[in-house]
Design a protein around this ligand. Structure first.
Ligand code: KIV
Length: 253
């Protein structure tokens, strides 16, 4: 798709009905993001998310998807100890979870990334703002604004490509930096808060649907307002139950 200059559309999904709709709609990649932690499970961020939680959501998604590629986030501390731990956990997402590949944040654990790829598991990289390092970074902020930071991200991107990642997510970096990296790498670069020049875009499904209680990041676009729609539907249901209008004869045996 990159060489054909066809943009790649990626969305997260964490459950079976949503993944079914995404696949039917022709999405290219479904990402079972560890954003499940803050978007679905009520954690403050992605750090507490466990292997078991990721596997649980991965299975729900892969049971629904027959066309798109399904990539799963390796959760915090599931790949940092050593390459053996990383491969053992990555293989669970493929064998038990039914996913097609995994995503790993950062360019520090290159040996683990190589080991996973050598075993035949595609790895998606992730640079720029990496949410699992929010405590170290000190908050949610754009990365690569200074020349030194930008250089480090460019070098990291090249290292990841050399290590064999099939694709790279760039999160919250200036658009011009993302453009430079997209033009430099031969693998596709998927942006999130990284401007319009990337080879594709990824967003969190709940953000585009307006189905979130955490507020919207600046880079996301709301295509509908499910929060308001669900509230309306639930209020109508409560009113019907209390008013004796539900169930009607058509809902009764
Ligand atoms: O966890 C996630 O949802 C991500 C993003 C790139 C959307 O990593």
């Amino acid at each position: 798709m990159k060489s054909a200059r066809k943009k790649i559309a990626v969305l997260t999904s964490y459950d079976h009905p949503t993944a079914t709709i995404l696949d039917e709609s022709g999405i290219d990649i479904v990402l079972v993001g560890d954003s499940v932690g803050n978007v679905i499970l009520g954690y403050e961020n992605t750090i507490p998310v466990t292997m078991d939680e990721m596997l649980h959501h991965t299975k729900a998604v892969t049971r629904a998807v027959s066309n798109a590629m399904v990539i799963v986030d390796m959760p915090f501390m599931s790949y940092q100890l050593n390459p053996e731990q990383a491969l053992s956990n990555a293989s669970r997402f493929i064998k038990e979870g039914g996913a097609n590949g995994v995503k790993i944040e950062g360019d520090i654990y290159i040996d683990s990334i190589k080991k996973i790829i050598e075993a035949g598991i595609p790895v998606m990289g992730h640079l720029g703002f990496t949410p699992q390092l929010v405590n170290q970074i000190g908050g949610y902020r754009v990365q690569g604004r200074s020349a030194d930071e930008a250089k480090a991200i460019i070098e990291g991107a090249k290292d990841l490509e050399k290590a064999g990642v099939f694709c790279l997510v760039l999160e919250m970096v200036p658009a011009l930096l993302a453009r430079r990296i997209s033009e430099t790498l031969s693998i596709p670069v998927i942006g999130i808060g990284a401007g319009p020049h990337c080879d594709g875009q990824v967003l969190v499904i709940n953000d585009i649907l307006g189905f979130s209680v955490n507020g919207m990041p600046k880079f996301a676009k709301k295509y509908t307002d499910l929060h308001a729609e669900i509230k309306k539907a639930v209020a109508n249901y409560i009113s019907d139950v209390r008013g004796g209008r539900f169930p009607g004869s058509e809902h009764s045996f």
